[in-house]
Design a protein around this ligand. Structure first.
Ligand SMILES: Cc1cc2nc3c(=O)[nH]c(=O)nc-3n(C[C@H](O)[C@H](O)[C@H](O)COP(=O)(O)OP(=O)(O)OC[C@H]3O[C@@H](n4cnc5c(N)ncnc54)[C@H](O)[C@@H]3O)c2cc1C
Length: 486
């Protein structure tokens, strides 16, 4: 029996869980995936948008600008990388310049500070790799970059440290309203009862809403694909470089990441499937050709991985953050497409205000601790720090991922947080083991051995990301002993 159940552990659900963890409430988060950030929050551009793209007067516009302003504090509290590197929207012709002027007016109306229209020479001085055919750019110094999955995981970890319970691989399958005004939530594993339900299920926001008898909105998934370049190319630009937006989205960007890589994408393709995270040759070719328009020297090789994420586009054309019409104890945080990563901390505040409006003032916990310490990276330590930590724990002297210089000590630390961590992807997102040039080709078996040793999960049951994503089928020795033939 919980006071509040949050459905979905993306950046929105995790932000809400952390925000509400300040109060004396029993809270659980139910997540279908095997970790936080299993949906769009793990596969996006990682841009903390300044806020000039959103239509003035929308919830999106307000929460974008409010969320952006909260990032310095939140990322400091949670020990998550965040850099205000600023963003540029490039114009290559008169029509583009007209678009920039429109964005500038819109941004000012939305309350975005320090926007400026720059002439070509200033743009090229700032970013020499940009196409010399540029004629002007909109400069937004409040734009930034972060690691979207690290932030989501950090929010979830901090919520868990403050008493929130996380249930991964618990897919919500139906919701029943009980006579005592409570809700029974039936998941793929067990049932839960709660007084209040918060719907933060991303592209499944309308599915969850329908389960509760509310079909007031529909979500349309819209896919975006990306190419991530090796660190070698991470310095090609230092700001985030956009082209003018279209009615399908903010367009293809070229940006450095907080981890020193270079990211290009996304495209925007409507899809029917709510779990469609496949990339396509045409999609990747399109984003490469568009990115070349911004940075003509972008190499054709050097890409170390490709991925895709799904935007949750609501038919209402805005974020849906409100109590459901069927019961005020079901609160939607749905249709959170871009700029949802940026807006997430402000969405959490909004949900808090709605809840307070319904339930009255909530009682604060005296011992809420907003601080979370991330895993200290061996790679970033100086020589003395390295010697010291290896002396304290020899596991930090064993390099497991050679591309990213990740030690066994860091992997063991990742397995020992309050969140249930037991997949190779979960380790990757916490330590970067497997994120380098070889993409886990060398270190995955070693990581599996450590998971087996630390958690007692037999090797053949360890998965990449839960469900049926097992990595090995069994031990060849056992197979041969049982009479199998190779
Ligand atoms: C291509 C792309 C680029 C983007 N770029 C940016 C950007 O640069 N900046 C920005 O601000 N925003 C960006 N966004 C938007 C941002 O990623 C999203 O707004 C944000 O991640 C939404 O978070 P969420 O928690 O609502 O959804 P999600 O992260 O999708 O989380 C929802 C969670 O609910 C879970 N779930 C679903 N159904 C169930 C169920 N039945 N039971 C239990 N759990 C369930 C899912 O597994 C998932 O983990 C981008 C989005 C995309 C797709």
């Amino acid at each position: 029996m919980y006071d509040i159940i949050v459905i979905g552990a993306g950046v929105v659900g995790a932000s809400i869980a952390r925000e509400l963890a300040r109060y004396k409430l029993n809270i659980a988060v139910l997540e279908a995936g095997s970790d936080a950030a299993a949906g769009s929050s793990g596969a996006n551009s990682g841009i903390v948008h300044a806020g000039y793209d959103c239509k003035p007067g929308t919830l999106m516009a307000r929460l974008n600008v409010q969320g952006n302003a909260m990032y310095d504090r939140i990322c400091k509290e949670l020990d998550v990388p965040f850099r205000r590197n600023g963003s540029l929207v490039l114009a290559f012709n008169d029509e583009d310049v007209f678009q920039l002027e429109r964005l500038m007016v819109q941004g000012v109306k939305n309350g975005v500070a320090d926007l400026r229209l720059l002439p070509a020479n200033e743009v090229l001085e700032m970013e020499p790799s940009i196409n010399p055919g540029v004629v002007a750019a909109l400069w937004a110094p409040t734009g930034g970059i972060t690691s979207p999955y690290e932030l989501t995981i950090a929010m979830a970890e901090n919520a868990a440290d403050n008493g929130v319970e996380f249930y991964f691989e618990h897919r919500v399958e139906s919701i029943e309203r009980k006579e005592n005004d409570k809700f029974r939530i039936i998941t793929s594993r067990r049932d839960f009862v709660a007084s209040c339900v918060i719907n933060a299920a991303g592209v499944n926001g309308d599915v969850i809403s329908k389960m509760a008898g509310d079909d007031s909105f529909i979500i349309h998934p819209r896919k975006g694909e990306y190419c991530l370049y090796d660190r070698k190319w991470g310095n090609m630009v230092s700001r985030t470089v956009f082209q003018p937006p279209s009615n399908m989205g903010k367009g293809v960007l070229v940006t450095p990441t907080v981890d020193g890589n270079l990211l290009i994408g996304p495209n925007a393709v409507d899809t029917e499937k709510r779990d469609d995270d496949c990339t396509s040759a045409e999609g990747l070719a399109f984003i490469y050709s568009k990115a070349l328009e911004s940075v003509p020297s972008l190499p054709g090789d050097g890409v170390i991985t490709v991925f895709a994420g799904l935007r949750a586009i609501a038919d209402e054309g805005d974020f849906i953050v409100r109590p459901s019409g069927v019961s005020e104890k079901i609160i939607h945080a749905a249709g959170i497409c871009s700029p949802g990563l940026t807006a997430a901390p402000a969405i959490a505040r909004e949900v808090n205000a709605i809840l307070t409006g319904i339930c009255g003032p909530l009682e604060l916990k005296k011992d809420f601790n907003p601080i979370r310490k991330g895993i200290k990276r061996f790679r970033d330590m100086d020589w003395e720090e390295r010697m010291q930590i290896v002396k304290e724990d020899p596991k930090y002297g064993r390099i497991v991922c050679r591309c990213e210089t990740v030690t066994e000590g860091e992997i063991v630390q990742a397995l020992r947080t309050k969140l249930p961590v037991n997949t190779t992807d979960a380790i990757k997102r916490r330590t970067r083991a497997g994120m380098g040039r070889c993409q886990g080709g060398f270190c995955t078996p070693r990581i599996m051995e450590i998971i087996e040793r630390e958690l007692g999960i037999p090797m053949e049951y360890i998965t990449k990301k839960g469900g049926s994503s097992r990595i090995v089928l069994g031990r060849i020795k056992d197979f041969l002993e049982e009479g199998g033939e190779l």
